[in-house]
Write a protein that binds this ligand. Structure first.
Ligand code: ATP
Length: 414
């Protein structure tokens, strides 16, 4: 995609962008192009020089821990914040300096923000009424919008007579009534309980596919992002760490941070050999198939291996100490076995206080007990090697994010 030079002027005064309504037709309807955007609050950098091209009709999630800049990015797209520098184009239109109501976007927040004294239909109709749309057209479009979220039969109820999930559907219907080119969603399912959230995830994805509207979805819940998104932008400290589809993010993490933030990982320390696919650790030799561009022979590294990639086999009659070791094969002793519903999880001690986690589908899981001698094996395609410093920093950041989760409700007020 290209961004025309006339639209890359620095952010700032609305006057600079007085002609922002003039569409730049080189970008298709529903596209979002963020180029070199930074947002500072005072001296603090909330969003740090991000560039992101969202395709028309794409479901893209911004995923990251609390404070990484997701909401600020979304608010800049909505027009509630202006970038300190950089450019934003929506459907080819330079929107920096354009007020929220003049952008062809709408936003759904975690807090439904429905008017309690109005009926469902009145809530959904509110925006069109403000615009002076003829009554007959409003009636038709409200019905259409309520049909989209399967709530037409609730049109006369008040929001207090609805469940949380139903209220969120109404907030969606209200946001969709103008058929915006882009819908921005800020943790819209965050206030719902787990089961309802999972149901709504499926509904949202189906709705988005049916309408073909670009969805930009903010969440700190990786399951939510992985299950719904065409692509996910993993954010960390105001930057985008990786932008990819769910499979690539899960199987080919671009950094130790992404590797550790998405799903679980075993991290093992070691030193790179002259074969840059191979790390020697005190526990054994780990071979990967993809060399890391920053790793050289002799440098400290860490290998990441997912628990579901680790197979645990009993080494009957052989003590852990004498069990054979080879590449991607480490002997140990079972420290714990836990049932996780569909999987069994084994915690294996491999010496020096180091453990390995293995997760195996229940039907194929070995029957092992605490104290059993085992050997853990995995495939070289499951090993990712990272510079030690990067991996240590990533693990510290992830631990901080886990101990400081996102607040339960959005701080955004309408
Ligand atoms: P969460 O998941 O908790 O909502 P987030 O990833 O959406 O977090 P942001 O809300 O974008 O993060 O905040 C990014 C950083 O910018 C944080 O350090 C936050 O404290 C800061 N910040 C956000 N809004 C403001 C503001 N209006 N004034 C000052 N600092 C702000």
């Amino acid at each position: 995609m290209t961004v025309s030079a006339q639209n890359t002027m620095p952010a700032g005064s609305a006057a600079d962008h007085a002609n922002a309504d003039a569409a730049n037709t080189s970008e298709p309807e529903g596209s979002v192009v963020i180029e070199g955007v930074t947002k500072k609050f005072g001296g603090a950098v909330a969003v740090d020089n991000i560039s992101l091209h969202v395709r028309p009709g794409e479901f893209l999630s911004l995923l990251g821990p609390s404070g990484c800049g997701k909401t600020t990015t979304l608010r800049m797209l909505a027009g509630f914040e202006e970038p300190t520098s950089g450019s934003i184009h929506i459907s080819g239109q330079d929107v920096v300096g354009v007020p929220p109501h003049k952008r062809n976007v709408n936003t759904v927040f975690q807090a439904y923000a429905l008017f309690p004294h109005m009926s469902v239909a009145e809530n959904v109709a509110y925006g069109l009424r403000q615009k002076g749309t003829p009554k007959s057209e409003i009636r038709e479009r409200v019905s259409e919008s309520l049909d989209l979220v399967q709530m037409r039969s609730f049109a006369d109820r008040k929001p207090t007579q609805l469940s949380g999930g139903q209220q969120q559907r109404i907030a969606l219907a209200r946001a969709l009534i103008n058929r915006p080119a882009v819908l921005l969603l800020d943790e819209p399912l965050g206030a719902l309980d787990r089961q309802l959230r999972e149901e709504m995830q499926i509904e949202l994805k189906l709705l988005q596919s049916r309408l073909g509207i670009t969805f930009i979805f903010v969440t700190h819940d990786q399951g939510e992002a992985l299950s719904m998104s065409d692509r996910i932008a993993i954010m960390r400290k105001g930057r985008i760490e990786q932008l990819d589809d769910a499979d690539s993010i899960y199987d080919s993490p671009a950094s130790a941070y992404v590797a550790g933030f998405i799903g679980q990982q075993n991290f093992l320390p070691g030193m790179m050999t002259s074969d840059l696919n191979v790390m020697e650790s005190p526990f054994g030799v780990l071979r990967s198939v993809i060399p890391h561009p920053e790793l050289e022979a002799g440098v400290d590294a860490q290998a990441a291996v997912r628990p579901e990639a680790v197979t645990v086999t009993a080494t009957a009659g052989t003590s852990a100490a004498t069990a054979p070791t080879a590449e991607n094969r480490i002997a140990g002793e079972v420290l714990g076995v836990s049932h996780q519903g569909e999987t069994l999880q084994f915690l294996v001690s491999i010496g020096d206080g180091q453990t390995l986690l293995s997760r195996v589908p229940r039907p194929t899981a070995p029957r092992l007990a605490v104290g059993d001698a085992v050997v853990c094996t995995w495939d070289a395609t499951s090993v990712h090697l990272f510079p030690s410093e990067q991996a240590t920093q990533a693990q510290a950041d992830i631990a901080r994010a886990v101990s400081n989760p996102a607040p339960p409700t959005s701080s955004i007020s309408l």
